[in-house]
Design a binder for this molecule. Structure first.
Ligand SMILES: Cc1cc2nc3c(=O)[nH]c(=O)nc-3n(C[C@H](O)[C@H](O)[C@H](O)COP(=O)(O)OP(=O)(O)OC[C@H]3O[C@@H](n4cnc5c(N)ncnc54)[C@H](O)[C@@H]3O)c2cc1C
Length: 414
């Protein structure tokens, strides 16, 4: 008699990690792949874990188009604050005036290249709600993918409780410290910045009129990003030891430090949310794929948050991988087929490395008080300000609309 081999629950794709990027990929596959396609989504966090996240994200026009095709944007639209202009300044901390060197207004040609600010808790809730309504997605949360092994038939994933599930492809969307990337033996290149990222929300007396401001200060970039109403999100990169000391200040002293950088243009300010700090690093996986494994989002690349691009770059991974997998499924291909994974690797790795390098270069160029460098960079910013075509290129680059753009980022169904 044949030995009894228990049959494991079988999916086409298993996604480990239910952050923004994992959720978006699960939705894209559920909505666009042929009928019968099955996706398992495993997330270590309970579904309501993100409700206290004080962060907000600048969603590029491409990310908004992707969210529109996925049916998520309508639920978010009323929570989003469009960024109508961006102002960049470069000055020492104690300067009373911060002359602005570079300004971007909304792209006149398309009218929609600007980013929109959305609080992370709203984005997560909208993605989760839309995913819950998709019968093609089975969610395992809170649970985690503790191990995986490639078999002759696909990939078997072990859940924290010991249960196993299998699929043709495992997608690691488990964030910057990806345990699955480590288990696959994929190394990263990169380094930690001698900076801390401080994030909070402030309320101010005067309206922001949709203007985002990036002050390049010697300790690191300080961004003021407009939220709905009389509030702004702060992403404040500071020299590491100074940043750690600032985090321990009582509220009045913290607000005094904040005001030194925020300025007085929006009137008196007060904290309107908790403060949190994050280590900042640059990290790119040496490869984005292995046998029956693909990395997406922060698991594949983590960049300096100075241009608010981390999530947007992750959404470009989602759009590219979804396009490749959906086209493959229509041809009847196994999602773990090596040629599909190589196409994903070619499409995404160069773009991610390029974006990370630009962010790193900007941070290095600006995070110091060297007078000669200041003169040089201010000349550079002034030149960009007066060169409309170069400015438009930079806006499109930030919006993710240069290079080979996946169809979902253009708002088209695959
Ligand atoms: C200070 C700061 C400000 C930022 N501001 C912006 C911004 O304005 N705009 C922008 O685009 N980006 C911004 N970013 C970057 C952005 O937050 C990240 O790029 C984005 O959240 C990455 O999403 P992700 O889904 O790849 O990873 P994560 O959000 O880290 O999600 C990973 C998920 O995987 C789960 N997980 C981990 N291990 C396992 C496992 N073994 N099994 C199952 N699940 C697991 C975790 O619980 C988590 O839910 C900022 C980052 C920082 C640090």
């Amino acid at each position: 008699m044949e030995p009894h081999v228990p049959k494991l629950p079988r999916f086409d794709v298993i996604i480990a990690g239910g952050g923004f990027v994992g959720l978006a990929l699960a939705l894209a596959l559920a909505k666009l792949a042929p009928a019968g396609y099955r996706v398992a989504l495993i997330d270590a966090e309970a579904p309501d874990a993100g409700k206290d996240d004080p962060r907000a994200s600048a969603l590029s026009a491409s990310t908004r188009r992707l969210l529109t095709v996925l049916g998520v944007w309508p639920a978010l639209h009323s929570e989003a604050q469009p960024i109508t202009s961006i102002e960049i300044t470069d000055s020492p901390l104690n300067s009373s005036l911060r002359p602005h060197f570079l300004g971007f207004d909304r792209d006149d040609e398309t009218g929609d290249s600007g980013a929109s600010m959305v609080e992370n808790r709203h984005l997560r809730a909208a993605l989760q709600e839309t995913t819950r309504a998709e019968p093609a997605v089975e969610t395992f949360a809170p649970d985690s993918a503790s191990d995986f092994r490639v078999t002759p038939f696909g990939v078997t994933v072990t859940l924290a409780g010991g249960d196993e599930i299998e699929a043709g492809l495992l997608v690691a969307a488990d964030g910057k410290r990806s345990g699955l990337r480590e288990r696959a033996g994929i190394k990263c290149v990169g380094w930690s910045y001698p900076q801390t990222g401080i994030v909070t929300t402030v309320a101010h007396a005067k309206p922001h009129h949709g203007r985002a401001v990036q002050h390049f200060l010697p300790g690191g970039p300080f961004a003021i990003l407009p939220l709905k109403g009389y509030c702004s999100s702060i992403v404040w990169s500071e020299d590491k030891s100074r940043g750690e000391a600032i985090m321990t200040l009582d509220e009045a002293s913290f607000v005094a430090e904040l005001t030194k950088r925020f300025g007085h243009r929006l009137g008196a300010i007060a904290l309107a949310g908790p403060r949190q700090s994050f280590p900042l690093d640059l990290q790119i996986a040496r490869t984005f794929v292995a046998e029956r494994l693909a990395l997406i989002g922060d698991a594949a690349h983590a960049v300096h948050p100075l241009a608010g691009q981390g999530l947007n770059i992750g959404m470009r991974d989602v759009a590219a991988l979804a396009e490749i997998l959906v086209e493959g499924a229509r041809l009847g291909l196994d999602p773990g087929t090596a040629s599909l994974l190589q196409r994903y690797e070619r499409w995404r790795r160069f773009d991610s490395a390029f974006s990370a390098a630009v962010m790193d270069g900007l941070n290095r160029l600006f995070s110091n008080d060297n007078l000669a460098l200041r003169a040089l960079r201010d000349l550079g910013l002034g030149l960009v300000d007066r060169a409309p075509q170069l400015k438009r290129f930079l806006v499109r680059e930030a919006a993710g609309t240069t290079g080979e753009v996946p169809r979902l980022l253009k708002g088209e169904r695959v």
